[in-house]
Design a protein around this ligand. Structure first.
Ligand code: SF4
Ligand code: F3S
Ligand code: FES
Length: 238
């Protein structure tokens, strides 16, 4: 069997430990990888064989848990989903923007989850379901199918220029998760959610920049979902 060819990958990683460093700085690593490896593998190589103090989050390594969103070559992406073949041999990695850095590539996600919680991201239905399940037609289910795919990675919200300038903006991820329930025929709290999203920090802060849609690793039509929520506020849920 032919040996797998290794390529030299040069990583430039933005590092910052607020407890020790006065300001962020760049650290560079040379690692040998296969082109079919992911950027996450290159970060592991840097941490395991060069500097164990390098910090980043990851869990599933397969695009499911949403924990390794970072700015790779200037764009938000999941490190576990981006192949070296696509990222190239010179890779720059920074933490996602708009959230406080805890250490290196690890950011404090709490402000993001606070916005998420503010839109009631759960099914509300006070009717007694009796002995049956809450049934729904395939057509009604399809109405919010796209927004069920969210893995809460924050790549959308932290790529939004409105969010960078105003952290009180609820952000695209929270709107996506509100959309998932607003358009669910079994839910009874759409009015409440639309009222929340009609506030100053809500959906009309969005200026259709589309960064969120481009950043989403799940290919959710984020901007379209936001526009649907805007229309539901203006003209009623459809
Ligand atoms: Fe991540 Fe996409 Fe969900 Fe935004 S909408 S949090 S980018 S999965
Ligand atoms: Fe921001 Fe996306 Fe709107 S990037 S401005 S939330 S379309
Ligand atoms: Fe889970 Fe990348 S490590 S999405």
């Amino acid at each position: 069997m032919p040996e797998t060819e290794l390529v030299k990958v040069h990583l430039k990683v933005k590092r910052f430990d607020p407890e020790r460093d006065r300001k962020p700085y760049w650290q560079e690593f040379d690692v040998e990888m296969e082109e079919s490896d992911r950027v996450l593998d290159a970060l592991h190589a840097a941490k395991w064989y060069h500097d164990g103090t390098l910090s980043f989050r990851r869990s599933c390594a397969h695009g499911v848990c949403g924990s390794d969103a970072m700015v790779i070559n200037g764009e938000n992406a999941l490190a576990c989903m981006l192949l070296i073949r696509k990222a190239g041999l010179d890779i720059t990695i920074e933490p996602i923007r708009g959230l406080p850095v805890i250490k290196d590539l690890v950011v404090d996600m709490e402000p993001f989850f606070e916005q998420y919680r503010s839109v009631m991201p759960y099914l509300v239905n006070t009717d007694d379901p009796g002995y049956t399940e809450r049934l729904q037609s395939a057509e009604d289910r399809a109405r919010f199918d796209d927004t069920t795919k969210c893995i809460l990675c924050a790549a959308c919200t932290t790529s939004c220029p409105i969010y960078w300038g105003n952290e009180s903006y609820v952000g695209p991820a929270a709107i996506v998760n509100a959309h998932r329930f607003i358009f669910d025929s079994r839910d009874q709290a759409a009015g409440e959610r639309l009222e929340i999203l009609n506030q100053r920090s809500g959906v009309f802060r969005c200026r259709t920049a589309f960064n969120c849609t481009n950043a989403c690793p799940r290919d959710i039509k984020v901007t379209e979902a936001i526009e649907e929520v805007k229309r539901a506020i203006l003209y009623g849920r459809v």
